[in-house]
Design a protein around this ligand. Structure first.
Ligand code: THU
Length: 128
């Protein structure tokens, strides 16, 4: 199954009664394992979580910490890029050349390097 398809399947289960904007995400590790997540909203709006965060949590819970490829899908006119917070979360676990495919449910896809999503990222080096 393609990574976009895995993200789309997770998106089907998104809990987004407030925004009505369902998002799915999937990550692939070097060994080929795939982890998917969806957005999970809450009546206390700030407590909602993004699809990317769900996929990362699934990967970490399974004992993996690095991904080489990611996909995000939503129903939108143009592919939806990860939000600012998710860019930082993705940067934490992305292999150096990891790429992310952003897709719409209508089949439009664009691709970008995760590293290019967060220029000037805050990293461990800043805390030395
Ligand atoms: N959302 C994601 O899940 N990922 C993103 O990268 C963009 C936004 C979700 C959060 C919220 O549930 C809904 O989309 C509307 O912002």
């Amino acid at each position: 199954m393609s990574l976009v398809k895995a993200a789309a399947r997770a998106r089907d289960n998104a809990y987004a009664p407030y925004s009505k904007f369902k998002v799915g995400a999937a990550l692939k590790t070097a060994s080929g394992k795939v982890y998917a997540g969806c957005n999970v909203e809450n009546v206390a709006y700030p407590e909602g979580t993004c699809a990317e965060a769900g996929a990362i949590a699934a990967m970490i819970a399974d004992g993996e910490t690095r991904f080489v490829e990611a996909a995000v899908i939503a129903q939108s006119p143009q592919p939806v890029p990860p939000c600012g917070g998710c860019r930082q979360k993705l940067a934490e676990f992305a292999e150096a050349n990891a790429r992310i495919t952003m897709a719409t449910t209508e089949g439009i896809e664009t691709e970008v390097a995760v590293a290019d999503l967060l220029p000037g990222a805050f990293t461990l080096d800043h805390m030395r």
